[in-house]
Ligand binder design. Structure first.
Ligand SMILES: [Zn+2]
Length: 208
């Protein structure tokens, strides 16, 4: 663990960030929506809220306070993670947010909504708001390998199985021609099976 302090762009208060060193990989559960759950380790946030004034900012873009003296009550400065309501509000005000953040906001909104399916019931149907979000997200994702696979997963959850099969077919061809990293093979096999079965439920890809 590594602690740094960022400065809120709105009120100047320190925002405490704890980052996990990249080589520290304690295992976890990867879900089909790309959500990686590592017990006891919070996901490093991209956007966070200042505890002092409530302003939401991109944490990486905030100035780092060099040689910060840890405050007496450190908990007061912990970054506040965004909630599902925060993401819904941000998505309602997208015109105020820089375009490069839009895919991230939509992916987080999707993943946070899926937490109910992770914890309660994977058969909970998508709400209209979730469907609209995924339809918009599909348009935003590029042609990188990971994004193509994410598109298949979105199509699967939207029950657009025929379109998902077509995208998967193109991905499989690229795989056979060595144009896709072998590491995706198990995920592709898993997606192919569930699309063939007409299964739209959220899945665990691996757990270790
Ligand atoms: Zn602030």
């Amino acid at each position: 663990m590594n602690t740094i302090y960022k400065q809120c762009a709105h009120c100047g208060a320190p925002i405490k960030l704890t980052t996990v060193l990249p080589h520290h990989s304690p295992g976890g559960t990867l879900w089909s929506d790309g959500y990686l759950e590592i017990p006891g380790v919070p996901e490093p946030p991209v956007l966070g809220k200042c505890r002092a004034c409530g302003a939401i900012g991109c944490l990486a873009e905030l100035a780092t306070i060099e040689n910060a003296v840890p405050p007496a009550s450190e908990a007061e400065y912990n970054v506040v993670p965004l909630t599902l309501d925060d993401y819904a509000l941000l998505l309602d005000n997208l015109e105020e947010i820089a375009a490069p953040f839009h895919p991230y906001l939509r992916i987080r909104f999707w993943q946070l909504n899926n937490n109910r399916r992770r914890r309660e019931d994977d058969a909970i149907p998508l709400s209209d708001v979730e469907r609209a979000n995924l339809t918009e997200l599909l348009q935003l994702l590029g042609e990188e390998d990971a994004n193509r696979l994410l598109k298949v997963e979105i199509l699967r959850q939207l029950q657009e199985f025929e379109v998902a099969k077509k995208v998967l077919g193109a991905i499989s061809t690229d795989m056979a021609n060595g144009r896709l990293d072998d590491k995706y093979a198990p995920l592709i096999a898993r997606l192919q099976q569930s699309v063939a079965e007409g299964n739209a439920r959220l899945m665990v890809i691996y757990s270790c």
